[in-house]
Each structure stands twice: as structure tokens, then as C-alpha cells.
Design a protein around this ligand. Structure first.
Ligand code: HEC
Length: 137
């Protein structure tokens, strides 16, 4: 009788501890999923979140930043109707992927005096944004 009772008690205890573990596992799974999406943001999401505050793809009236559709391969500081800083106007060449990477890493080092101060410290995010911009002609 006593051993039957203790066996039953162990079963209940096991079920309870499983039940208590279930939400914990669910939270762990959710965290893992969130971590994965943070580690590899889509270029479009990163662009919308990090650049969209100032930039649009197409030109819009009263823009605070130059339009970025077709920027990969475009001459630096060449969007019509945008009033670039002297710093960016003084830069020769086109926006190659390497130039964009350097600019987004540290705008003020690439073009001292530029009015763009937003940077993207994470290399993978920079690459994702540049890859996305390449698809926007
Ligand atoms: C706080 C506003 C702001 C944010 C956020 C911002 N920019 Fe800019 N960006 C500017 C401004 C202002 C300029 C013009 C800089 C100048 O004239 O010196 C500029 C210029 C540029 C240029 C040069 C374009 C050309 O026609 O030569 C590129 C490329 C660029 N930004 C990319 C980005 C990307 C990619 C992001 C997101 C990671 C981003 N910017 C985020 C304000 C911003």
C-alpha cells in the first residue's frame, strides 16, 4: 500500500514538473526564433527601419535625404533637386558596393562634413541593405 502510494505520488510529481517545463520550453523556442530573425534581418526590413526615417526610394517633394532607388552604380551626390553637403559633392566616383559599405560603416570618415550621421555598425546588416538597394532600380 505504501509503495503504491509513493509510486502514484511520483507519477503526479512527474506530470507536474513536465507541465511546469512546457511554458519554459515555449519561451525558449520563442527566444531562439527572435534571435534568429535579429541575426539575419532582411535587407528590406533593415532599410525600412534604419534608413526609411529619412530616405525614400523614389524622389519626393521636400525630401530630407536623397532618393535611393538606383543608388548602386550612381554617381555620388547626383540625385537632381537634392541639396547635398559640400563634403559629399566633393567626393568623386560612383556608389560601388565597397563605397557604400565604407559610407554606411562611418559616414563622417568616408566624407568628413557629410550631413548624414546614421551608420550601420553590423557588417551583415550593411551587406543585406546594400543587396536590397541593388534590386531597387
Ligand atoms: C537621419 C537621416 C538619415 C538616415 C537615418 C539615413 N540617411 Fe542616408 N543620407 C541622409 C542625408 C541628409 C544625406 C545627404 C548627405 C550629404 O549631403 O552630405 C544622405 C545620403 C545618403 C547617401 C548618398 C546618396 C547620393 O545620392 O549620393 C546614401 C547612399 C545613403 N544616404 C544611404 C543611407 C542608408 C543605406 C541608410 C540606412 C542604413 C541611411 N542612408 C540612413 C540622411 C539619412
Amino acid at each position: 500500500m505504501l509503495s503504491w502510494l509513493s509510486l502514484a505520488w511520483k507519477r503526479v510529481g512527474g506530470a507536474v514538473s513536465l507541465l511546469m517545463r512546457a511554458p519554459f520550453l515555449a519561451i525558449l523556442l520563442a527566444l531562439t526564433a527572435a534571435g534568429t530573425s535579429l541575426a539575419a534581418p532582411s535587407g528590406q526590413d533593415a532599410f525600412d527601419e534604419t534608413c526609411g526615417e529619412c530616405h525614400a526610394l523614389a524622389p519626393i517633394a521636400g525630401q530630407t535625404a536623397p532618393p535611393l532607388a538606383g543608388v548602386v552604380g550612381r554617381k555620388i551626390a547626383s540625385a537632381p533637386d537634392f541639396d547635398y553637403s559640400d563634403a559629399l559633392k566633393a567626393k568623386a566616383g560612383t556608389w560601388t558596393e565597397a563605397n557604400l559599405d565604407a559610407f554606411l560603416t562611418a559616414p563622417a570618415s568616408f566624407a568628413p562634413g557629410t550631413t548624414m550621421y546614421a551608420s550601420v555598425p553590423d557588417a551583415a546588416t550593411r551587406q543585406a541593405i546594400i543587396a536590397y538597394l541593388k534590386t531597387q532600380k
